[in-house]
Design a binder for this molecule. Structure first.
Ligand SMILES: N[C@@H](CCC(=O)N[C@@H](CS)C(=O)NCC(=O)O)C(=O)O
Length: 205
């Protein structure tokens, strides 16, 4: 499968999940400003919604939406254990986390990416994110990953979007458990591979 991605964007979650699953993956970078891919293709013709992530499947279909893609990746390689079995309570909990991350954290950062957002709205956005991070910090005080002891695709997603705090001076200092979670996920070899492939690892001086 081919992942259309932009370095560090929400597509990174799908990238991490695919590597964790051991799925064969090719990457095609998208310039969101020009809507062109690195091979010169018109991205709007690939995903008319105009945003990453998008995955072109070997069968010829293009699938979009981070949460849907994360479940797709997990289900394509169930033995990797990145999602509980369908129709179990554990699976519903995973859906619950994916919906929370999409709507409260991923889109919770939305106004901070827009240069025309007034400062007052930026501050209100950060205040709301702080409430969500406080909640996550309490959950992660009890367990290493969102659904418990096991890394799932929801952790790849939370890792990706919480790291946007670094771009927007959102202070994560109060959330020791959340910061420990970010370190725990960052230390995973497949996560390091994904970060390196997207050019996101700092070079040693
Ligand atoms: N609803 C989509 C939103 C994806 C999204 O926000 N993508 C961002 C990068 S993280 C993007 O490509 N933004 C460019 C745009 O919206 O034009 C999803 O959940 O996958």
């Amino acid at each position: 499968m081919k992942l259309y991605y932009t370095p560090g964007a929400c597509s990174l979650a799908v990238h991490i999940a695919a590597r964790e699953a051991g799925l064969p993956l090719t990457l095609e970078k998208v310039d969101l400003a020009t809507r062109k891919t690195e091979t010169g293709a018109d991205f709007a013709a690939i995903n008319p919604k105009g945003y990453v992530p998008a995955v072109a499947l070997p069968e010829g279909e293009v699938l979009t939406e981070a949460a849907a893609l994360l479940l797709f990746v997990a289900d394509r390689q169930p033995e990797a254990g990145l999602a509980p079995a369908p129709a179990t309570m554990e699976r519903h909990r995973l859906h619950e986390w994916l919906a929370f991350i999409t709507s409260e954290i991923h889109k919770g950062f939305g106004p901070l990416w827009n240069p025309s957002t007034p400062d007052s709205v930026k501050q209100a956005t950060k205040d709301k994110l702080a409430q969500r991070f406080t909640y996550l910090d309490k959950v992660l005080a009890q367990q290493p990953f969102l659904t418990g002891e096991r890394f799932t695709v929801a952790d790849a997603y939370l890792f990706t979007v919480t790291n946007w705090a670094n771009y927007h001076a959102v202070d994560l200092t109060p959330y020791a458990n959340l910061r420990a979670f970010l370190d725990r996920v960052a230390a995973r070899p497949k996560v390091q591979e994904a970060l390196a492939a997207e050019g996101l690892l700092k070079q040693a001086a």
